[in-house]
Design a protein around this ligand. Sequence first.
Ligand code: NAD
Length: 553
Amino acid sequence: MPYDPTRYKTPTGNQLQCKGWIQEAALRMLLNNLDPEVAERPDDLIVYGGRGKAARNFEALDLIIKALKDLEDDESLLIQSGKPVGILRTHPDAPRVLISNSQLVPRWATWEHFEELEKKGLMMYGQMTAGSWIYIGSQGIVQGTYETYAAAADKDFRGTLKGTLNVTAGLGGMGGAQPLAITMNEGVALIAEVEEWRIDKRIETRYLDKKLTDIDAAIDLALEAKAAGQALSIGVLCNAVDLLQKLIDRKVVPDTLTDQTSAHDPLIGYIPNTLTVQQANVLREKNPEEYLRQSYAGMRLHVELLLKLQQMGAITFDYGNNIRARAQEAGLTNAFDFPGFVPAYIRPLFCEGKGPFRWAALSGDPADIAVTDEVIGALFPENRSLQRWLRLAKERIAFQGLPARICWLGQGEREKAGQAFNELVRTGRVKAPIVIGRDHLDTGSVASPNRETEAMLDGSDAVADWPLLNALVNTAGGASWVSLHHGGGVGMGYSIHAGMVIVADGTPEAAARLSRVLRNDPGMGVIRHADAGYDIARDQARQHRLDINDRLR
Ligand code: NAD
C-alpha cells in the first residue's frame, strides 16, 4: 500500500487533535518520521537505516494514530515492534507511550530468525529513532558527524580539514550527513553511492554539492579541490568497492577513510559490487541465500580495500555500520585492524554526558527554531564549538519535515536547555510546545560492542544492563515516551539501546519532569563511564553529585 501524503500529513499549529500535548507530540513525531521529506521510503514505512521502520504495517500505523487520539492523560499506549497492543491505566507523570522494538531472546537474536518472524508479520526492525519516532532527517546525524570530523581534524590535522581528501560511501538517511559535515569542517568529501536518487536527494536538501557518474573524473575533481583548499562534496554514482579499487590503482591515498553503507543489514542494506541496484532488487526476492553470499563476499572485499588504503596511509575508521564484523563473519581475520569512531573520537565527549540532544517545533514554524537557537547561543556563550555549529547550522541546514535542531549537549547543559524551552512555551515566545529527544547513540543508553561501547576501559563492552536501566529510569522520571530497541545501527544480535522523548509544554508539571529526565538521562552515561574507570566521567560524576560514593559518604 502506498503512503498517502494527505491522510498522513503531520498536523502543525497549536490546535490539538489528541487529548493532551504529549499524545499530540507523539502523533506529530510519528507522522513526521514518515513525511516524504524526512523518511527514505515512506511507501514501505521505512524511515532510515536499511529497514528501520516507524510502524509494522499500515494497519498498525492507522491503529496507533487512532489510539493516540483516544489516549487519556493517565493512560499509556504499549507498542510491540511497531504494533499497538494495549492501552493501560498509569498516571499523568508516566510516559504516554512505551515502546519495545525488535527484541529477541539472545540465542535467537539473528537476522535469519528475525526475518522468519518479520515474514509472518510478527516483528519490525526499529533501528534507533525510526521506531521511536524522533528521527528528524539527516540533520539528526549532521552534528554527530560534524563532531567526529572536528575531533579527527583536532587530533590529526591541526584543527581543520582544509586541504584534506575524505573518502566514504553511502548517502542514505544517516550517511547523507557526511558531505555536509566534512565541508563544514572545510574539507573535500568524495562519496560513493549506488543509487542515483539518493545522490539527487542530498543535492536537493543542500547536503551535497556535486553529482558525478565517472569515477576518474570524480577523483580528479576531488584532488583539484583539495589542492585549492576548497571545501567541496562530490557524490559519485558507483559501488564503494569500485571507488576504493580505483583510488588504490591510481595510488591516491585519502586523508580520512570510512564507510556508511548499510552493512549492518546484509540483505536489505548492502549492495554488493557484483550486482547493479536493479539486479540486487531481483536477486534479493528470488534467491536471498545467493544474495547474502554475494553481499558478504562484497563486504569482505570492501574491508580488504579499506585495510589496504589504511596501510598506504589513510586514517581509517569504522563509522558504526558493523562492516568489520560482516567481513570477519566472511572469514577476514584482521577486519578489526582499524578502530571504530567512538573509541577513536567520541568517547571523551560521552564521559562528560555529551550526546545528540535534539528538539523539534511542534508548531511547524521555522521561526520557533530560530528563537530556540538564540536561547541556546545565549545559554552557553563559552562553548565555542557549539557557537560555530549553531552559526553553520542556521546557514546550511535545510529543515526536513517539522523544523528541528540538534546540538551535542552534556550533563547539566541538557537540563538547562529543557527548562529554557519550557519557559519559551509558557511565555508564548514560541507558538506551540517543543519536543525534546535524542538518538539512541548516546552516552548512557546503548550497549553495542562494535560501536558505542567498543573497547571500554574495563572490558564491559557487551554489558547491556546500562540501556535497560536507562529506559527504566526515564520511565520512572516521567519521559513522554520511552523505547527499548535491539539491533539498531549494527544489526541483530549486536546492540541493545534505549530512547526517550520529553515534551516541553510550558506547564509546571512539564518543568518538573524535564528537570528529572534531562538530569538523569545523560547522568546514566556519566555513571556508566565512571563505573568503567574513565577519569573525565568520575570528575563529572563528582561535580554533578551523581557519584554513589560521594552520596553515601
Ligand atoms: P540507509 O540504508 O538509509 O543508506 C545506506 C546507503 O548506502 C544507501 O543509499 C545505499 O544505496 C548505499 N549503499 C549500499 N551499499 C552500497 C555500496 N556497496 N556502495 C555504495 N553505496 C552503497 O542507511 P543510513 O541511515 O544512511 O545508515 C548507514 C549506516 O550507517 C547504517 O549501517 C547505520 O546503522 C550506520 N549508522 C551510523 C551512525 C553513526 O553515527 N556512526 C549513525 C546512524 C547510522
